[in-house]
Design a protein around this ligand. Sequence first.
Ligand code: PMP
Length: 468
Amino acid sequence: MTPPPMGNSAAARDIASVLHPYTDLKAHQETGPLVITRGKGVRVYDDQGKEYIETVAGLWCAALGFDNERLVQAAVRQMRALPFYHGFTGRSHEPMIQLAEMLLERAPAAHGGRMSKVFFANSGSEANDTAIKMIWYANNAWGRPQKKKIIGRVRGYHGITIAAASVTGQAANHKAFDVPLPGFIHTMCPTYYHAGLPGETEEAFSARCAEELEKLILAEGPETIAAMFAEPIQGAGGVVVPPRGYFPAIQKVLRKYDILLVADEVICGFGRTGNYWGSQTYDIEPDILVCAKALSSSYLPISAVMVNERVFEALATKSHEIGTFGHGFTYSGHPVPAAVAIETLKIYDEIDIVGHVREVGAHFQAELRRRFHEHPLVGEVRGIGLIGAVELVEDREARRNFDPARKVGAKLVKIAEAHGLICRAMVLDSIGFSPPLIITKPEIDEMLDRFGRALDELAVQIRRERIA
Ligand code: PMP
């Protein structure tokens, strides 16, 4: 390995000391970091003073942009009042109580009625691990200890702790880490663009996805399957939008075999899709709902797991028989992130975040399609509200992606950086968009102007490579 460059710059110090998440560690020793020092609205600035529009709000995170003073003040007030307390053994505090109430008031319809209780964690992964353990506990309480398997979906993303990574359906999170654990299985990704058959309608494709799910359940034995996890829109898997009728068809199968459904709303929650929840956009009635990220606009880490009455009953009523609900994090419901989340939700109400996303989201979706649908490098443009993706392909006709070894998506990200844009490339060279929810129409235009210039530059580069 090459020795890190000498010197005192932030880049050199980073290379010498930081082990980065989700980074090609060897390449990083040479390329070094992009060091971000401050943010304003939908923009961030690096240590050289260069300005970028953040097309994915960090990691689908900073819904209220990068400089919301009210969130800062909410944290400061709570720090002064009570900087730490916890929820173990029935201890509580006002921010945890109030945030739980606010989430339940805003929750979507749940299977069997409404959401009943909220558990807090610190990250999406922890929340999903929590949901898995709740499901296992509930099935023990229900006297069916063999009903434990968990279904995820190919290209689904649910985090990287060992159980969450097992539900995740992406090779990069599996192979080198010896996951998935036994008992975690995956059904097909509902990508109509790639898996739809010639002449097949979206509805027919959805029915086929449901049939595939049922086949999997029957092959494994329905009495062994506890739950299925699904993001309303698969985010990190490349922004895969479900085909029409998908979730109603899937839910019918799950209900038939008494399999719980967990909606992973870590990306889709809080207005992203043009409704408060992705579950409302796609007719999902989950038993359990997981959220994070926009919950606090990510200013401090916090996630939540909402459970319906049936699941709560299972956790609560048998605890004297099968053991206390022995699960919780030191920082579950930490008062400072909880206070920031409360302020975040209040702001969403005040600015009518859903109405705003519907309005600017319609513009974003129309512009994304108008500008890039016919671009020679673009196979599909997809999305809803303020989430979208442009998928790069080598052959539009055959819907054939570039050889992953060419790292075309990563190249575009690099070019975009030079044009003042921070982008995210995902599987199959899908470039995701999930800007701060507060983005305005002129900012959307500016973001897409810059993206268009980067895409054209990439096209020139690829043409040159072909000639060379
Ligand atoms: N679920 C979904 C849908 C996500 O997008 C993510 C993170 N991108 C996670 C879970 C995991 O969250 P975290 O990184 O906070 O553990």
